[in-house]
Ligand binder design. Sequence first.
Ligand SMILES: [Zn+2]
Length: 506
Amino acid sequence: MKLHTLALISVLQLSLIAAEKINPRHLHAKRQLPSNSVASSPPPTPAPPPPATSSSAAPPPPPGTPAPPPAATTTSPAAVPPSPSSVVSVDPSPGVTTPLNTVPPLATFTGVPPLADISLGMATRPVPPVTAVFTPGATPPISGAPVLPTALALGTWPPQDRVPPTDSAEVQRWMKELDGFNVPALSPTINGSCLLDPANAANAASRGWWTCGGYTRDTDITACPDKYTWGVSFDDGPSPYSAWFQYVIDYLAEKDLSATFFVVGSRVIERPNLLIEEYMAGHEISVHTWSHSPLTSLTTEQIVAELGWTRKAIKTVLGVTPTTMRPPYGDIDDRVRAISLAMGMVPIMWTNSPSGGKFDTNDWRVAGGLVNGTDSFNTFQSILGNATLLDTGFIVLQHDLFEISVDLAVGYTLNAALNHQPKFTLKAIGECQKFPAGNLYLETNKNETFPFRNSTSGGVDVSGDGTIDTKSGDGGSTTASAGFINSIPFLTSVTAIALAAMGISL
Ligand SMILES: [Zn+2]
């Protein structure tokens, strides 16, 4: 009975997640941090405070809302129908010139279930053993990068999965990075929602609001330049399914591929070892905010806090600072762009086809129980066919937070690309841009024109301690006081909830 109750709650949680794409906040908001948690701040409660800008916009997200308010845990999942604007629109143009693939072969090692069986409620695979652990002080695969910190002093962090407070000394120092840079005086949107905010949606073109019309700017990275090239990315981790359980990392290694991982700061401080494994395996690491909130809905100070704390978390764990970021839900406008660029981070989106179809694997819809793997994959195949119409390559949205989305990735979508005719080449996003790997981190970047530096090009204060962090691989000032943190708490928290949602007990 207890399990059924938990399962029901979890199903509702996952349904909510589906409506807003994969969002770790709702799972983690209900979690109690273990005593050995790396976070020194109090554990989040189920009712996180809404950001100042959305406190008056707390109603449940209506259809068309790509992102909920942070207080969405108070929202009845039943009141959150699938979001039409989030539903991938299959490009209706008749330009698919090659036959769509049938179900591709499975990866050779993973035991991925049949496509039709991938759905909410599916049985899960056995947990494989941990196969890779990197030692503190190890040398990363990027030339000139500092060695891994010899120990982690994780220190104090804002509460996980909430918009960080803006009155901290760190945020106030990071705000100085905007000095002398033109941040447009655009009002925050209401929840990053086109339907909740029709006034701003009507001006989406002028404010460059991606959410309502897919508007981008030249400073956005939206595609790989070479035709038939797929920019591979995984969002919302660090996830055990990528690193701890090795599904994604092993698959990529087997295929000799690299990917870009857009990581959430709240997960980074919780699972530093997983981030290290991704980084040390040669994959690219990028910023995906602290609380996974829709950035256009936040004040400028809140956006700075979201980016700053995530940037600092990655630097603390890896010793390097990403020069790129991806806004959750793709929710970006000219104000968010300006702030990101001023802080030294270039936005990376995912590709829209000329007729508006998004290169979205739909994995978040399967994890939420809205569709099964077959439905999702068929939709994705149709979209993939349209890649042949592009003059460029493309960047695909994909997630690694849940086993379902990882199953789709390593069993189907990536294989579909590798088996496609004409053949696609899969690369990490920086790699497909032909950036030297060092460009992707402040400490190793020798490129004076990337990340499109501006008046803050004299350096940024990643730690927020009042000192400017320089380039040339100085490795920062990570100090030793604590050992590496075991990431096992995941097994007793998110996995338990997810397995319960699937009717499986641990
Ligand atoms: Zn995300």
